[in-house]
Design a binder for this molecule. Structure first.
Ligand SMILES: Cc1cc2nc3c(=O)[nH]c(=O)nc-3n(C[C@H](O)[C@H](O)[C@H](O)COP(=O)(O)OP(=O)(O)OC[C@H]3O[C@@H](n4cnc5c(N)ncnc54)[C@H](O)[C@@H]3O)c2cc1C
Length: 388
């Protein structure tokens, strides 16, 4: 446990991908930045599994896109199926970017790379400190926290970034609403070793009357590791091998699960912060937006938030007018709004049950995505290149 200083120019609360990216941008610009996180060490669970092209472009500015690409698995195709029938294939190759692919990589690895880069820039993460109070005034922000022993402390900052995830204390303390709702289905998620018929350069979404199933290859020396995400009315807390095998048998027979490496059940919400800024307090990442995992956009949007916010804040701290910070919400909130809307449409379409509605959906998808321009637009949107 490191000691928290009495003051810093910027305190970032939460050292997930969004907070660390903001920390890198600030530290690179020579800003005195401190990151506080309540966990004793970074989470090592899998969570987000894909880094999209726009995020790689942003991270390339910090010089880490190359290392991520080396450690990840390149996927250039997204397949959409209903049962055994292929509805459409969307290719990422040919996208106008230096990174014309989706990079499959575990969130733990992405966070490891970001943390190393943050340290290289001179930034540090102080742990474990749980923030409970964030009070802004005209000249700065006071943050109160407790350490591992439960002893209280405080730090004063010019600005605070709340990158403390979906249940953000910073958002709550700033009195910013988080408008939206939850999906009725639960999601079963498992990282497995399995025999799978499709090439490991493809991610596939399988639509079925029981719900959808997404299968994505994960980087691994044995080349047999996959992420499975499926909607289900009521999933067990830790889906086991038999449960995941039954989902595959129902929705796309042909795969054989040999081992469940990690599994979880979660409910998904779609919510957007009413504002990204309250005076000297700003929000980034899941603290500002949460949505369905369809399309794997969550962490990507958060990293891009962090990069822009860190850069704008550094310019303000180097003398530009504070009003510059209003650009952050003006640019990033509509992007998150678009991601929430897109993933909501994808989730609702993928979870349709009545047979006539499914038949109509399939026909619309097949016809729409038979046009190369529509496939390209879909790939562009999934890669978040619209956020440029
Ligand atoms: C099971 C699961 C599966 C997922 N799958 C996907 C996926 O496939 N694709 C995708 O894009 N996204 C996925 N996500 C979401 C993705 O993990 C998040 O979008 C991403 O982690 C958001 O990053 P963040 O930096 O905003 O917040 P987080 O990663 O949530 O980090 C917030 C940090 O703040 C710290 N913190 C919280 N409160 C306090 C406090 N009071 N004081 C101090 N520190 C605090 C936490 O310890 C944490 O380290 C998944 C999430 C889960 C849980």
């Amino acid at each position: 446990m490191n000691t928290v200083p009495a003051t810093a120019s910027v305190v970032v609360i939460g050292a997930g991908p969004a907070g660390m990216t903001a920390g890198i941008a600030l530290a690179d610009a020579g800003v005195d930045v401190v990151l506080l996180d309540q966990l004793a060490e970074g989470a090592n669970t899998s969570r987000a599994a894909v880094v999209h092209a726009r995020t790689l472009e942003v991270l390339d500015e910090f010089g880490v896109a190359g290392e991520l690409t080396e450690r990840g698995l390149i996927v250039d195709q997204f397949d959409l199926n209903d049962g055994a029938r292929r509805l459409a294939t969307v290719g990422f190759d040919g996208l106008p970017t230096r990174f014309p692919y989706a990079l499959l990589i575990s969130q733990a690895t992405t966070e490891e790379v970001l943390l190393a880069r943050l340290r290289k820039a001179g930034g540090t993460v102080l742990r474990p400190y749980t923030v409970s109070v964030v009070k802004g005034d005209e000249t700065g922000v006071t943050i109160e926290f407790t350490d591992a022993a439960g002893d209280p402390g405080s730090i004063r900052a010019d600005y605070v970034i709340g990158a403390d995830g979906m249940h953000s204390v910073v958002r709550e303390q700033a009195g910013i609403g988080f408008t939206g709702a939850s999906y009725p289905e639960s999601f079963a998620l498992a990282d497995v070793r399995m025999d799978w018929p499709d090439p490991r350069t493809e991610v596939s979404l399988h639509l079925a009357p029981q719900g959808f199933m997404l299968v994505a290859p994960l980087p691994d020396e044995q080349d047999d590791r996959f992420r499975i995400v499926a909607t289900i009315d009521e999933a067990p807390e830790y889906p086991d091998l038999a449960f995941m095998q039954a989902i595959i048998d129902d929705r796309h027979p042909g795969g054989r699960v040999r081992e469940v490496l990690w599994s979880s059940r979660f409910r998904v919400h779609h919510r957007l912060a009413d504002h990204y800024r309250a005076g000297r307090i700003l929000l980034a990442g899941d603290a500002a937006h949460v949505h369905s995992p369809a399309g794997g956009q969550g962490m990507n949007t958060g990293i891009q938030d962090g990069a822009l916010l860190g850069q704008l804040l550094a310019r303000v701290l180097h003398g530009e007018p504070d009003i510059l910070l209003d650009q952050y919400e003006a640019i990033r909130r509509p992007i998150a709004q678009g991601v929430v809307a897109l993933t909501d449409r994808m989730t609702r379409m993928a979870t349709l049950r009545p047979r006539p509605a499914r038949a109509l959906r399939n026909a619309v998808i097949r016809i729409a995505l038979s046009f190369p321009g529509m496939r390209r637009a879909m790939a562009f949107r999934l890669a978040e290149l619209t956020a440029r």
